[in-house]
Design a binder for this molecule. Structure first.
Ligand code: UD1
Ligand code: CA
Length: 450
C-alpha cells in the first residue's frame, strides 16, 4: 500500500541579503523559481499534497503558485516567529491525516527526491522523525545533530550550542520527515525558550526522543542541502544544478562536446543521439528531437527542433521557432514564431518572424521578413520548394506560393503565385566605358590636391 505524503515548503523568508526587490524564493535557478525546485523534489518523492508557507511577499509567491499544475495551496505566516511556527501555519493541512509529512525550505533547491524518499522510508519503518543531515568542515551557523548511537537525541542550533557541540561537523540540512499521525502533537509542544526566541522546528527531535520515540537521520551531500541567502550562493547553486543536469543528459544519450559550456533550463528536453557543440545556451521551453545537431554558440528558447535538424553555429531560436525534420538554420539566423518545414534551409544571415516556410524551401542569405510596422505584426507564408533569393525583404502580410522564385535583392510587397518569378528591384543599367571615365576623373582630383 502506498503511503500518503504531505509536503510543506517553508518560504516565508526575509531574503534581505539578496538585496532584491523580489521575494528570495522567486529568484531562479535554471529559469525556474527556487521554491518550485523544492516543490518538484517533493513531488518527485511521491508527495500527494504539496503546500507552501508564505510570508510578507505572499502576493507574488501565491501568484506563482496559481500557475503551477496541479495548483498548490498556500498558507500565510504573518509573523516570522521561527520554522516550527511556519510549519504550524499549515495546521489545517496537517490535520488531514497524511501518513508522512515532509518539511522542505523554499530556498534549498538542490534536494534530491531520493533523499526525501530515504527519509520517508525511515518513517515507514517506524521512526517518528527523520532528519536529513550532512557533514561539513565549516558548520558555523547550522544546527548540530546530537547522536546517541543510531538515535538522534537533539538538534542544537548554532547560537544555543556549547563550544564542544560547535565542534560537531554533522549538521541539520533543514529537510525532515515526520510521522503524520504525530506531527501536530509534537509541533504544538515546541516552545521558544532559546537564544533567538524563535519556535525552532529542530526542537521536534528532543521532544520525540523524550517521548521514547525513535528519531533517525539520513545523510546527504552538503551540496544537496545548500541554501540560497545571497546572489553568490544563487550562482553556486546554479552551477551545481547545471553540472548535475549535464551529467544526466550525457548518461541519457546526449553528446555534449564541452559540457561545462552548455547551459540548460529546468524544462529542457533533449532526446538521445542529439549532439550539442560548445557554448550553447537553452532558455525555457526547448525540445530537441533525436539526431539533431546544435552547433556552437547558439541560443534557443521556446523552440522545437525536429529529428535530424541542424541549428547554428551562431543561431538564435526564439519562442515559437519550430524546425521540422531535417530543417537547417545556419549562422547568424534569428527565427521567431516561425515553422521551418521539412528539409527547408535557412542557411545564413536571416530574420524570419511570424512566418511559415514550406518543405524543402530555400531561403537565401540576408532574407528578412518585415513582420512589424511599429504597431502590429503580420505573417509571411512561404510555400513548399520556394526559392527566396539573397537579400530579399518580404513585407508582411505576404504569401509566396509553392515553387515560386524570388529574385535576389527583391522587396516583395505583393503575393507571389505558385511557380511564379517575382523580382522587386530597380532594373540594372550598364554604360560602356563609363567606369574608366569615373576612375580617371577621381585620380586627377586626388593628384590636384597633393
Ligand atoms: C535552519 C535550521 C538549522 C539548519 C539550517 C539549514 C531551524 C531552527 N534551524 O536554520 O538547524 O542547520 O536551517 O540551512 O530550523 N522560515 C519561515 N518562517 C520563519 C522562519 C523560517 O518560513 O518564521 C523559512 C525560511 O524562509 C527558510 C527556512 O524556513 O526557507 C529556514 O529558515 P532560516 O531562518 O534560514 O533557518 P536557519 O537559521 O538557517
Ligand atoms: Ca538559512
Amino acid at each position: 500500500m502506498t503511503r500518503t505524503c504531505l509536503s510543506l515548503v517553508l518560504a516565508a523568508g526575509e531574503g534581505t541579503r539578496m538585496k532584491s526587490s523580489r521575494a528570495k524564493v522567486l529568484h531562479e535557478v535554471a529559469h525556474r523559481p527556487l521554491v518550485l525546485h523544492a516543490v518538484d523534489a517533493a513531488i518527485g518523492a511521491g508527495s500527494t499534497e504539496t503546500v507552501l508557507v508564505v510570508g510578507r511577499d505572499a502576493e507574488s509567491v501565491v501568484g506563482l503558485v496559481g500557475t503551477f499544475e496541479p495548483p498548490l495551496r498556500a498558507f500565510s505566516q504573518l509573523e516570522r516567529l521561527g520554522t516550527a511556527h511556519a510549519t504550524l501555519a499549515a495546521r489545517e493541512a496537517l490535520t488531514e491525516g497524511f501518513d508522512d509529512v515532509l518539511i522542505l525550505f523554499g530556498d534549498t533547491p538542490l534536494v534530491r527526491p531520493e533523499t526525501l524518499l530515504a527519509a520517508r522510508a525511515e518513517i515507514a519503518a517506524g521512526a517518528a522523525v527523520c532528519v536529513v543531515g550532512f557533514r561539513t568542515p565549516r558548520p558555523t551557523g547550522y544546527g548540530r545533530l546530537i547522536l546517541n548511537g543510531r538515535d538522534l537525541v537533539a538538534i542544537r542550533e548554532h547560537k544555543d550550542a556549547s563550544d564542544e557541540e560547535r565542534r560537531i561537523e554533522l549538521c541539520n540540512g533543514g529537510v525532515m520527515a515526520i510521522d503524520g499521525r504525530r506531527a501536530l502533537d509534537l509541533l504544538s509542544r515546541i516552545g521558544n525558550e532559546n537564544a533567538k526566541g524563535e519556535y525552532y522546528l529542530t526542537d521536534i527531535v528532543s521532544l520525540a526522543h523524550g517521548d521514547g520515540l525513535p528519531v533517525r537521520m539520513v545523510v546527504a551531500d552538503e551540496e544537496d542541502v545548500l541554501g540560497v541567502n545571497t546572489r553568490l550562493e544563487l550562482a553556486r547553486v546554479e552551477s551545481i544544478w547545471q553540472a548535475r543536469r549535464r551529467d544526466e543528459m550525457m548518461l541519457a544519450g546526449v553528446t555534449l562536446q564541452a559540457p561545462d559550456t552548455v547551459f540548460f533550463a529546468s524544462d529542457t528536453v533533449i532526446e538521445p543521439d542529439v549532439v550539442i557543440e560548445p557554448n550553447v545556451v537553452f532558455g525555457p521551453g526547448v525540445h530537441i528531437a533525436s539526431g539533431a545537431v546544435v552547433h556552437a554558440f547558439s541560443h534557443l528558447e521556446g523552440a522545437r527542433v525536429g529529428p535530424k535538424a541542424s541549428v547554428g553555429p551562431f543561431a538564435r531560436l526564439r519562442p515559437g521557432a519550430d524546425l521540422l525534420a531535417r530543417a537547417k538554420v545556419g549562422n547568424f539566423v534569428e527565427i521567431k514564431s516561425t515553422t521551418v518545414g521539412e528539409g527547408a534551409k535557412v542557411s545564413h544571415l536571416t530574420y524570419l518572424g511570424d512566418a511559415s516556410v514550406g518543405a524543402e524551401a530555400n531561403i537565401g542569405a540576408g532574407t528578412i521578413t518585415c513582420n512589424y510596422d511599429g504597431f502590429n505584426k503580420y505573417r509571411t507564408a512561404i510555400g513548399a520548394g520556394a526559392f527566396i533569393g539573397s537579400n530579399s525583404a518580404l513585407v508582411a502580410p505576404v504569401l509566396i506560393g509553392d515553387g515560386a522564385y524570388v529574385g535576389s535583392g527583391s522587396i516583395i510587397t505583393e503575393d507571389v503565385p505558385a511557380d511564379a518569378l517575382a523580382i522587386g528591384r530597380a532594373r540594372q543599367v550598364v554604360k560602356e566605358g563609363r567606369g574608366r571615365e569615373i576612375n580617371e576623373r577621381n585620380a586627377a582630383r586626388k593628384a590636384g590636391r597633393s
